[in-house]
Design a protein. Structure first.
Length: 323
């Protein structure tokens, strides 16, 4: 199929992908979920304040079309999203069940489809430029025929499949998933695919606890409640190095969830803001040393202060010359 997602952005742009359409806002309903549904715009505002970027210097994300989504998703699954109660279950916002579906499409699913388009776009940008960051995305609980955990579209799977199908020379991918939760969506999608190597570090006691999906993880780092910086960073460093030594990918998809932050209501880990910044640095350094392009998505992170931490991490990567 033809897609607009792979059209080249203006050459002066940074490979940072965003759209104001990412943000979910309607009648305060978004406040019923612990997720800060305006987080993505806040990250951009912090980066603008620090003069790292300006509106005309970032790549405008475009919404993924049905045709784009069908590269991974079943038609049956996409049709299910036409039922508001299904979307309410996936996003964990029960009142959504009572809204007419056209409202749900416009106010909930369109933002998620735009973030998904952003991840697909960032895949090609990463290969072209050596790195790319989608300020949204990272919907790692969604697979081809099932959503959950606030994830309605499988953006990580889509980005990788698009690269495999459309970009010559990309035939192997590594996913490093450092969100606090197990990334069972991409794990199910790539279960028996030797082209994709998955490393996943997560709190072993929380959602989704998908033991079937765990079979797809090549390097599994199961963390205890309340894991702190020293132990966490040591494990991340060891296993990221090990993963990249074991399998040489053409693209690294880095799911950089900030829900590992101390006090996150869902993550159950105790990593400091500085620890998160350091973690992202560890991943980028390992990839850069090996000349592997990195596509970073921001994924989970459910506190008001996470937007500032994501911005600080991007500023740190830039300051160190890793971008």
């Amino acid at each position: 199929h033809r897609t607009e997602l792979y059209e080249d952005p203006p050459s002066g742009c940074w490979p940072i992908v965003y759209s104001p359409d990412y943000n979910i806002t309607f009648m305060g309903l978004e406040k019923l979920h612990p997720f800060d549904a305006g987080k993505w715009g806040k990250v951009i505002n912090f980066l603008k304040e620090e003069k790292l970027i300006a509106d005309d210097l970032i790549v405008q994300a475009r919404e993924a079309t049905d045709e784009d989504l069908l590269v991974v998703h079943t038609r049956r699954y996409l049709n299910k999203l036409k039922w508001s109660f299904v979307v309410a279950a996936i996003t964990e916002i029960p009142p959504v069940a009572f809204l007419p579906n056209f409202v749900v499409q416009r106010k909930v699913l369109k933002p998620l489809r735009t973030q998904t388009g952003g991840t697909i776009m960032a895949g090609k940008l990463a290969v072209d430029r050596g790195w790319a960051i989608n300020v949204g995305g990272g919907f790692h609980h969604c697979c081809s025929d099932k959503g959950g955990g606030f994830c309605a579209y499988a953006d990580i799977t889509l980005a990788i499949k698009f690269l495999f199908e459309r970009v010559p020379g990309v035939s192997k991918a590594t996913i490093i998933d450092l969100d606090a939760h197990q990334g069972n969506g991409h794990e199910r999608d790539f279960m028996d695919d030797p082209r994709v190597y998955i490393m996943d570090a997560y709190n072993r006691y929380i959602y989704p606890g998908d033991s079937f999906a765990k079979r797809a993880i090549k390097r599994r780092v199961e963390l205890e409640w309340g894991t702190e910086d020293t132990e966490y960073l040591q494990k991340v460093h060891t296993h990221v190095e090990g993963a990249l030594n074991e399998f040489k990918p053409d693209i690294l998809v880095y799911n950089a969830g900030t829900d590992i932050l101390d006090g996150d209501p869902l993550g159950g880990l105790a990593i400091s803001p500085q620890g998160i910044v350091k973690r992202d640095e560890v991943v980028f350094r390992a990839a850069r040393r090996r000349g592997v392009p990195v596509l970073m998505v921001t994924s989970g992170g459910y506190q008001k202060r996470t937007a500032r931490i994501i911005a600080d991490s991007i500023l740190n990567l830039h300051g160190l010359g890793l971008l």
